[in-house]
Design a protein around this ligand. Structure first.
Ligand SMILES: *[C@@H]1O[C@H](CO)[C@@H](O)[C@H](O)[C@H]1NC(C)=O
Ligand SMILES: *[C@@H]1O[C@H](CO)[C@@H](O)[C@H](O)[C@H]1NC(C)=O
Length: 277
């Protein structure tokens, strides 16, 4: 359970704009695309007006490493001119399909019956092609046939790999006219970057959204800013507890909606990676 809650912390995404000329793919890739087409998911509403694809992409033959993706395109008439958004949930260990796609910005939400889907009115694929990728291998449906592979890649976090991936694309695009990946930018939400910035960002969020008092905010900034998140001092712990109680019974991940009936464990975890138990 804790692991599941923990997952909510580091959702992140990387925003990419693909130039239309990437459509100049070979015939065999078009055939591969067709093999990955989703005609309809179980329990899906009919005539949704956008295309979906899903499948595995082998990224390392030697290791037998394959990543699972789900592409929900923008509405059919403008899919080819819409930007592409690559979405990566963080964690470590969080599934982009289970979180980003199914609970947040994906095309569908799941009815309480667990068997049928309805269209998500806030789906981002109304504006962009959405590529959900399960990453790294071992997360969600992505896998590796080499056990050491899982060991090596299991501790990445989107607070690091989204900026790093963006940097690689940016650097390789430098000096190239009409690069294949016409990169526009990236966003990171609730990421694990480093203790200092993560604390500052969390405290500022609480304060600027009216969740904690001015004085608690100032105490947090003076007491906790330079602390190690895994081992905060007793004084920092105390003021974190005050912040907790000032926030009251809210869903810290969705402060404008009604909380679930029991959010106590959720709130305990809002300190994010600071408290992982
Ligand atoms: C992993 O192993 C299974 C079973 O041998 C095989 O079917 C699959 O193709 C392998 N995956 C990759 C990416 O090599
Ligand atoms: C949540 O609490 C309300 C009010 O106490 C109750 O009516 C409702 O059944 C509860 N929901 C769940 C899912 O436990």
């Amino acid at each position: 359970m804790d692991r599941i809650l923990f997952c909510s912390f580091s959702l992140a995404l990387c925003l990419i704009w693909v130039s239309p000329k990437i459509a100049g793919v070979s015939c065999s890739s078009i055939a591969d695309q067709e093999k990955d087409r989703i005609f309809s998911l179980p329990g899906q509403p009919p005539n949704v007006g956008f295309s979906q694809y899903s499948g595995y992409v082998t990224v390392d033959h030697l290791a037998g490493r394959a990543l699972f993706y789900w592409l929900a395109e923008a509405p059919t008439h403008r899919a080819s001119t819409s930007p592409l958004v690559l979405w990566l949930n963080g964690g470590p260990g969080c599934s982009s399909v289970a979180y980003g796609a199914s609970e947040e910005l994906g095309p569908f939400r799941i009815h309480p019956d667990g068997a049928t889907l309805f269209l998500n009115p806030y789906a981002w694929n109304s504006a962009a092609n959405l590529l959900f990728l399960e990453s790294p291998a071992g997360v969600g449906f992505s896998y590796s046939n080499t056990s050491s592979d899982l060991h090596n890649s299991g501790d990445q976090r989107t607070g690091h790999y989204v900026p790093q991936l963006s940097q690689i694309v940016y650097r390789r695009n430098k000096g190239i006219q009409n690069p294949i990946i016409n990169f526009k930018g990236f966003m990171v939400g609730n990421a694990v970057t480093d203790d200092f910035h993560d604390y500052v960002g969390t405290f500022e969020y609480w304060w600027t959204h009216g969740l904690i008092s001015d004085s608690t905010y100032h105490k947090l900034r003076t007491t906790c800013d330079f602390q190690l998140s895994m081992h905060p001092s007793d004084e920092c712990e105390k003021i974190l507890d005050v912040a907790d109680s000032e926030q009251g019974n809210i869903d810290p991940y969705s402060i404008y909606t009604r909380p679930c009936n029991d959010t106590s464990s959720l709130r305990r975890n809002l300190r994010g990676h600071f408290v992982s138990s």
